[in-house]
Design a protein around this ligand. Structure first.
Ligand code: NOJ
Ligand code: CA
Length: 515
């Protein structure tokens, strides 16, 4: 799409892919996914049709929160590689046309981070005020535990704030030195050539200056500190740093609030904050035509009003996988992927979603995550034979069920597999201006059908999804061709007015009708 105008920055037409490095691919056989492992699989991602990868944290970390407790922002965890391995991965990605964005965990550090070690050393410490210390706790609860968000530090006799685990003290962004330090972290990675950042827990960055904890402000996760006006100032500061490196670097926000309007406020070009923010409304939706239709309508209206570009997410490392949420149904997972890749907005695929994986069952003695998120962080099965190319020491978590058939190797050889289907979908998206940038209109259809058109210039595609477990008859004015079908049948043939159960089609006016 070289001809698109300046307002079509790369991230609007890109397909993103989230990598949770620890469980993606193991380059050296020690059972831990690493940066060399990612480098090895970049060809696979290019074939899949991925334009950009987002790497969850690979920094040194005591791993109390799966790497989101960072003890050094400017290095690589020793079991995941080195800065040299990072540079190698980045240049290989760029040579394949894949952009790389990294995680900026700006809200908190690990309690093992030297900044916090200094801060807690005494009330007079140079960095005391880099974190949030109080004589008395208020009623705020921590998001990952639902226990108090304050922990007493015996030595210095005060409480520090942690909106997540006690091992993740919150930074005090009202202190200018904190902003300066975090901006330096960003420059460190921008200098190395990263294409941008995904900013973790961005809705939490500023806290209510009065530390109010009235009952209506106490819903977890920590509504009391969500969405403060000062948070917007912090984010525009981050945006300025990114812009020092040109207009081509992306700032993407994780804004964990329920309300799409609040999310769109963070990425409206009017305010020069985020370029994109996660829209989690599909991640929260069940398999229901009413929910899907209303989410698509709402997001479309709200983002359009804000002049913002939406994103779409079905799965990530924090939530059960989409197929798991849809009662394990492979058909629903395929239909949902069809929606993800045909909506207006940037799609985010979570590693393994393209394989149709469900969550692994993790017995309690193997669990590592305090919040029960191990199932969706299970290792990716690359080959059919156990241990699925995790040679050497086995990974700490069990493989997802069905890894013997749902691995990359077997699915690559089967044109009917989920993987082959996803490749076809993403190829279609990449080749179609209507799907990449076209406008979206929800169309009226029978109950339990959701359908919408995507139009750009003269080209128009229609996505049709049957959410029911019955065949639905639906005639369409004109003569239409099925280009892609989530259930495989009938691709490249004339649409006959029948939509099979739990199936999605992408339709195009047939060449004869167009002429
Ligand atoms: C959001 C991350 O996605 C999640 O994994 C983490 O636990 C919290 N932020 C805290 O960093
Ligand atoms: Ca390894």
């Amino acid at each position: 799409m070289a001809g698109l105008g300046q307002e079509w920055q790369w991230w609007k037409t890109a397909v993103f892919y989230e990598i949770y490095p620890k469980s993606f691919s193991d380059g050296n056989g020690d059972g831990i996914g690493d940066l060399d492992g990612i480098t090895d699989r970049l060809g696979y991602l290019a074939d899949l049709g991925v334009d950009a990868i987002w790497l969850a944290p690979f920094y040194p970390s005591p791993m109390a929160d799966g790497g989101y407790d960072v003890s050094d922002f400017c290095d690589v965890a020793s079991d995941m590689g080195t800065l040299k391995a990072f540079d190698g991965m980045l240049s290989r990605a760029h040579s394949l046309g894949i952009r790389v964005i990294t995680d900026l965990v700006a809200n908190h550090t690990s309690d093992q981070h030297p900044w916090f070690q200094d801060s807690r050393s005494s009330r007079a410490a140079r960095r005391r005020d880099w974190y949030i210390w109080r004589d008395k706790p208020n009623g705020w609860r921590a998001a990952l535990t639902d226990e108090s968000a304050w922990t007493y530090d015996k030595r210095s006799g005060q409480y520090y704030l942690h909106l997540f685990l006690a091992q993740q003290p919150d930074l005090n962004w009202r202190n200018e030195e904190v902003a300066f330090a975090m901006h330096s972290v960003m420059r460190f990675w921008l200098e190395r050539g990263v294409d941008g950042f995904r900013v973790d827990a961005a809705q939490c960055l500023a806290k209510d200056p009065e530390f109010r904890d009235t009952p209506e402000l106490l819903t977890v996760p920590v509504a009391a500190v969500n969405d403060q006006p000062y948070t917007h100032e912090i984010i525009s500061g981050l945006k300025k740093v990114v812009q020092e490196y040109g207009d081509d670097r992306l700032l993407l926000g994780e804004i964990y609030v329920d309300d799409a309007a609040a999310v769109s406020r963070y990425c409206s070009p009017r305010y020069r904050e985020f370029d994109l923010a996660f829209n989690f409304s599909l991640l929260r939706s069940s398999w229901s035509s009413e929910e899907y239709a209303s989410v698509i309508r709402e997001v479309q209206d709200i983002f359009e009003a804000a002049g913002a570009w939406p994103t779409w997410v079905l799965s990530n490392h924090d939530r059960p996988r989409v197929r798991t949420r849809f009662s394990g149904s492979p058909d629903r997972a395929r239909a949902a992927f069809t929606v993800l890749s045909t909506l207006r907005g940037s799609p985010f695929i979570y590693q393994g979603e393209e394989l149709g994986l469900v969550d692994a069952v993790v017995p309690s003695e193997l669990a590592v995550d305090p919040k029960g998120r191990d199932g969706q962080r299970a290792p990716i099965p690359w080959a059919g034979h156990w241990p699925h190319e995790w040679n050497g020491i086995l990974p700490r978590l069990p493989f997802p069920p069905e890894s013997v058939s749902l691995n990359v190797e077997s699915q690559s050889m089967n044109s009917e597999s989920m993987l082959s289907f996803c490749r076809r979908m993403l190829r279609l998206r990449r080749a179609s201006e209507a799907l990449q940038i076209g406008c979206l209109e929800l169309l009226e259809g029978p109950d339990e059908i959701v359908m919408y058109s995507r139009k750009s210039g003269l080209s128009e595609l229609i996505t049709v999804v049957n959410f029911s477990d019955r065949i639905i008859d639906m005639t369409m004015p004109g003569e239409w061709q099925i280009i892609v079908s989530s259930s495989g049948g009938g691709e490249q043939s004339r649409y006959q007015g029948v939509v099979p159960p739990e199936t999605a089609f992408v339709l195009e006016l047939s060449p004869r009708a167009k002429a």
